[in-house]
Every structure is written in C-alpha cells, then in structure tokens.
Ligand binder design. Structure first.
Ligand code: ZN
Length: 82
C-alpha cells in the first residue's frame, strides 16, 4: 500500500511577524557568505504575500508545492513493515 508524506510549511503571515534573529536563521548565506538583512527578507515575504501567497515551503525539495494549499503530498517507497 502506497504511503504519502507531507512537507511542513510556514505561513507567510507568521513569517512577517518573526523576529530579526529568527528570520536570519532561515536564510543560508550565498556563495560569498553574504546574507540579506532582516528587512530584505521581510520585504521578500511581503512581495510573496502581495502575490496572494499564503504558505512558504519549509524545504526547497518539495516538488509541486502550492503557495496556497501547501505540499501536495509525495508517495514514499514502502519501507519494511513493522
Ligand atoms: Zn512536499
């Protein structure tokens, strides 16, 4: 029997209220080791919200993620049954 897994997501509304320190932990530095400022991160989420997005993926690996309904669910290989 096929099993499905769902990825977690953030709510953009909640991200906009996050502390500066927490926002910084969410964004990895680029190749040069630079990070955007909390204001820049917040502006990015605000721009997504302006587009009507509600959710933001917890992981970039979520294929088919919907900014409205979130993770579509993914089939996972059936592991050894207990
Ligand atoms: Zn997913």
């Amino acid at each position: 029997m096929a099993k499905k897994t769902h990825h977690l997501h953030y709510f953009i509304e909640g991200l906009l209220k996050e502390s500066n320190a927490h926002l910084l932990t969410m964004v990895p530095p680029d190749e040069k080791g630079d990070k955007p400022t909390p204001d820049e991160i917040r502006a990015y989420f605000q721009s997504l919200k302006d587009l009507g997005h509600i959710k933001f993926p917890f992981t970039p690996l979520c294929e088919g993620f919907s900014p409205i309904t979130g993770c579509p669910g993914h089939d996972i290989p059936v592991a050894d049954e207990e």
